[in-house]
Each structure stands twice: as C-alpha cells, then as structure tokens.
Design a protein around this ligand. Structure first.
Ligand SMILES: [Cu+2]
Length: 308
C-alpha cells in the first residue's frame, strides 16, 4: 500500500512545490530561455556554469565543514606544524580546475562562434542609438523611422505629472514605433550611434550589442517560427540623463504579416510629399530634418548629429 501511495505523494508534492515556486516570483530571478536558438544556448551555458558552481560549492564547503568537525581540538586533534607543501595535492588542485574550465570553455566558445556567424542573413536593419531613442533603417527597402518612449510614459514620468504610473501600460517599456521583424528569419542588425555610446539589448533574443558613434557593430537573431509577439528591451549602456527612458520594443510578426507591413510602409513613404516626409516618423528623411523634428517633438532638447 505504502509503495503505491509514495510515488503518487512524491509527484503531488513536487507539482505543488513547482507551482508554489513559480507563484512566489523566485523563478523571475533566473534568466529566461528566450525565443531564439542562441538565447536558449546562452541560457543552457548559464545553467551549466551555475550547476558546476553549485557542485564546487558543495564539495569545498563540505570538505571544510567535515574537517572542522572531525579534527576539532576537543577530540584531541593536533595540528601538523611541519608540513609546508604536498606535491600530490598541489597537482590535483591544479588539474581539476583546469579540466573544469576547459569543459566550460568548449561549449561557450562554440556558442560565441555561432553568435558571430553573420552568414546567410535574410534582412538587414541599421539601428542607430541617440540621446534618447532609436532610429531603424531597413536597408533594402529604405524604410526608416524613429522609435522613442511612448507619449503616455513620457507624460507620466515628468515631475509632478499627477499621473499614477501604475495606470500606464508597460510604463517606461513602451515605444511609439516598435521595430517590426519577421519570425523564422535571420535578421542582421548594423548597430551604431549618433552621439554617445548606447547598447541595444533585447534579453529574449540573447542580443546585447554596444552602439558606438563612428563604429558599426553587427548582431543577428532569428525568432522561432512559433513565437511571434512583442519583445521588450532597453538601452544597456549608461548614456546620459535620459538613459532610463529609451526602451526597445520589437514586434515579431509572421512572414506574411511582415511583408504586408513593409509594403504599406514603402507605399506610405512614396505617397508622402518631401516636406511631409521630414515630419512623419515612419518615413525616410534627411538626418538634419529628423534632428529638427526630434527637437520639436521631445519635451527636452535633443541633439542628433548627421551620420558619418
Ligand atoms: Cu542609451
């Protein structure tokens, strides 16, 4: 009877503890596996190293506690004052960490090489960070727009705004124009900046790359075909006063939805007279005019240099 009940009881206890763990919020402390192959690999590496650290901790502290208890003075232990070194032990405590480090370095290097592999990308987007927002250019189609903190968050964040930030959806994590990308497509980002160093960071994609003025950094991601959705990130490089107010939002859509969106953007861009193009964020316009438009529409003055 007990043999039958015990596995059931154990399974129930496990399920309950898992649910309690998820509800407690403790699971939020860990990294998430994300929605790309690379992000899952990074998560796997993180867990591997975490478990290795746990194992080392248990062995080292276990040996320490055992020695302290077993060889205590009250039990008649006498310290060996003559021993200065022990070659065997020294060889062992050198070889074991070296083996552990190599065992961790091999999968890490493999993933790093994959992260840097920018062959066979299908869509290229230039990402330009500025104080304080992002500009996206779809290289092949020329579609270009600014992506800044959404107006609701911007209004609520002002001193004495009187707006309860809890009423603002995705407070400080929402933008006016999200970056739209297709799922199941290898998207290449060319990341740069106009003024100071920023960093384009979307945890769910496993991408965090510095945006440096005068340099173009590359990164890529490929969102799982079955994971369209909205993914959020932030600037990850302290870039000045409003560093905390330049979130990133990526809208990953199905390939057909993306194509339709891109077509509409291109058509809208063509339909606009040149003067209007300079004012409309979802269109291509000369950087100097964009700077004017930025300065007018932002609540604080903004500087936007012409790209080199
Ligand atoms: Cu920044």
């Amino acid at each position: 009877m007990i043999r039958k009940i015990l596995p059931l009881f154990t399974a129930l206890a496990l399920a309950m503890s898992r649910a309690a763990f998820a509800e407690s919020g403790w699971s939020l402390l860990n990294m998430t596996p994300g929605v790309t192959d690379i992000s899952r690999k990074i998560y796997g590496l993180h867990m591997l190293v975490f478990y290795v650290c746990c194992g080392i901790g248990v062995v080292v502290f276990g040996a320490m506690v055992y020695s302290i208890v077993r060889f205590r003075h009250s039990q008649g232990a006498v310290p060996d004052t003559t021993m200065v070194h022990n070659t065997k032990v020294e060889v062992v405590w050198t070889i074991i960490p070296v083996v552990i480090l190599i065992a961790m370095a091999i999968p890490a290097a493999r993933t790093l090489i994959q992260i840097e592999d920018l062959r066979n990308t299908e869509l290229t987007i230039r990402v330009t960070g500025f104080q304080w927002g992002w500009n996206y250019t779809y290289i092949a189609s020329g579609v270009n727009f600014f992506s800044r903190l959404d107006r609701q968050s911007d209004a609520a964040r002002q001193l004495d705004s009187g707006i309860d930030v809890n009423t603002v959806p995705h407070y400080l994590l929402n933008v006016d124009h999200p970056l739209v990308v297709p799922v199941d497509t290898k998207v290449r980002l060319l990341i740069t900046a106009d003024d100071v160093i920023h960093s384009w960071w979307v945890p769910a994609f496993g991408v965090k790359k510095d945006a440096i003025p005068g340099f173009i950094n590359e990164a890529w991601f490929k969102v799982d075909a079955d994971k369209p959705g909205v993914y959020r990130g932030q600037c990850a490089e302290l870039c000045g006063r409003d560093h905390g107010f330049m979130p990133i939002v990526v809208d990953a859509r199905s390939k057909s939805d993306f194509e339709a969106w891109l077509k509409a953007q291109v058509a809208a861009q063509k339909a606009q007279p040149p003067a209007q193009q300079a004012r409309e964020p979802a269109s291509s316009s000369p950087p100097a005019r964009e700077a004017e438009q930025q300065a007018q529409s932002l609540s604080q003055p903004t500087r936007l240099a012409v790209l080199p």
